[in-house]
Design a protein around this ligand. Structure first.
Ligand code: ASP
Length: 360
């Protein structure tokens, strides 16, 4: 284009400046490419951030004693302290996620590691997954029966194998080769999970005798209890992990969403990290964790709008109960659930929140 007159040139420059000032501010992702797809809740980057869940579908308020309430809250708070110490001292999001989940796997209150739910056969089969948002590397284990910390096994699959998802005896053999701690299956026993199995099995027998559809969970007030963690470290890396015993009374080697990358767990430094909890079959069908990312990457949604669209619209319409935790690359936090409550918490410099029910 030739500018034959100085006035034409001035008009052109003026229009150009006007045009660019109307555009959204360009955001640069960690690989240095401009990323205009995301309109963040806030563009102020938190030095670090971490968000956790201990399962959606909490105890009903009526069944929650003051003692139980404080046990849950203090476990969530201790989990946040473990992860925050790693992040504060410049540790990686991967270490923060693994150590936080290791702690939650040891707490019998939650459905992961010790305290995992029972299968129909009276066993424990554990699932976990781990994803690194910087590289999109991921690892997962499904249906393991003797690995004390499935999240550590999932991370080992990601870091020390050429595979993403190992299951059953093969996953156990790999864990052994990796020198990971194994325990007898009875280690995972807790009385309250055993009682829940009895309850589920009598509800199932009743439903069968009445020929009621078993497409819905065996009992309506299903308590999930899976654990998950997503962290953003000082380097700007996002890592997500999820660990679970699955759903009470599961059969035939059933594996839920938790170890499935894109369903129960997802992380991408350009958008967000996500860990889900809820009725896994729905989370698999709706690729929930990836869908949050997709809403942000392609739909130009904020983290809050993306999680709202997936959990409160799509899942609610489908009848899928549960929730998720997520954070974006700025450290914005979402803890979204369509159940009565979700054990949850997050931490950022100078900020810490722990919650169970909706109105808090
Ligand atoms: N999503 C898990 C599953 O379906 C259950 C849970 O979140 O507790 O296996």
């Amino acid at each position: 284009m030739k500018f034959t007159h100085p006035f034409t040139l001035l008009c052109f420059i003026g229009l150009f400046l006007l045009g660019t000032s109307c555009e959204n501010e360009t955001v640069t992702n960690t690989t240095g490419e401009p990323n205009t797809n995301i309109t963040p809740d806030t563009q102020e980057v938190a030095e670090y951030a971490m968000v956790i869940h201990g399962g959606a579908g909490t105890l009903r308020r009526a069944d929650m004693t003051a003692e139980k309430d404080s046990m849950y809250r203090s476990a969530l708070d201790s989990a946040l302290t473990i992860g925050e110490q790693v992040l504060q001292s410049g540790g990686s999001a991967a270490d923060a996620v693994e150590q936080t989940i290791n702690y939650l796997e040891n707490v019998p209150l939650f459905n992961a590691g010790k305290g995992a739910v029972f299968t129909a056969a009276g066993q424990h089969e554990l699932d976990a997954s781990f994803m690194d948002g910087a590289t999109l590397n991921a690892g997962a284990v499904g249906g393991v029966t003797n690995v004390k910390h499935p999240i550590t096994a999932a991370r080992a699959v990601m870091e020390n194998s050429e595979h993403v998802f190992l299951s059953g005896p093969g996953a156990e053999e790999f864990a052994l080769e990796q020198g990971l701690e194994t325990v007898p299956n009875s280690y995972f026993f807790t009385q309250h999970r055993y009682d829940a199995l009895q309850e589920a099995q009598s509800a199932e027998a009743e439903a069968e005798s009445e020929r009621t559809s078993m497409l819905s969970p065996p009992f309506p007030d299903h308590k999930f209890g899976t654990v998950g963690c997503v962290a953003l470290d000082k380097e700007g890396n996002i890592v997500a992990g999820t660990s679970t015993g699955g759903m009470t009374n599961k059969k035939y080697g059933r594996i839920g969403d938790s170890p499935i990358i894109g369903a129960g767990t997802y992380a991408n430094n350009a958008t967000c990290g996500v860990s889900c909890t809820g009725h896994g079959e729905f989370f698999i069908r709706y690729a929930v964790a990836y869908d949050v990312h997709a809403h942000m990457a392609y739909g130009k949604k904020t983290l809050a709008n993306a999680t709202e669209a997936v959990v409160m619209e799509k899942l609610v319409d489908a009848g899928g109960s549960g929730g998720l935790i997520a954070l974006d690359k700025y450290g914005n936090i979402a803890m979204t659930y369509n159940t009565e409550g979700m054990y949850r918490g997050y931490v950022k410099p100078g900020e810490r929140v722990v919650g169970i029910y909706k109105d808090e």
